[in-house]
Design a protein around this ligand. Sequence first.
Ligand code: SF4
Ligand code: SF4
Length: 79
Amino acid sequence: MKGRILIDRELCKGCKYCVLACVRGVIAIDSEFNSSGYFPAKEAAVEKCNGCALCAQMCPELAIMVRKEEDAAKISSAA
Ligand code: SF4
Ligand code: SF4
């Protein structure tokens, strides 16, 4: 299974919980801060994401959305 994450860099407070949660090393911390002055998380190795959603579950700011490839296939077949 593959997945894709979307991080809202403006919601992010740079706590790194998602970085620690992702054993696949998909997420890193950006070197540019957001409008609130935090260094936000960013997608660093998107090809390694398996869609497990652990990162999103750990995020206290609800800044991460996860889409699984299976879901994307269902959506396109229903259309
Ligand atoms: S969904 Fe899983 S594999 Fe993908 S970035 Fe989040 S923790 Fe890592
Ligand atoms: S867990 Fe959420 S708030 Fe914390 S660094 Fe990751 S995306 Fe940002």
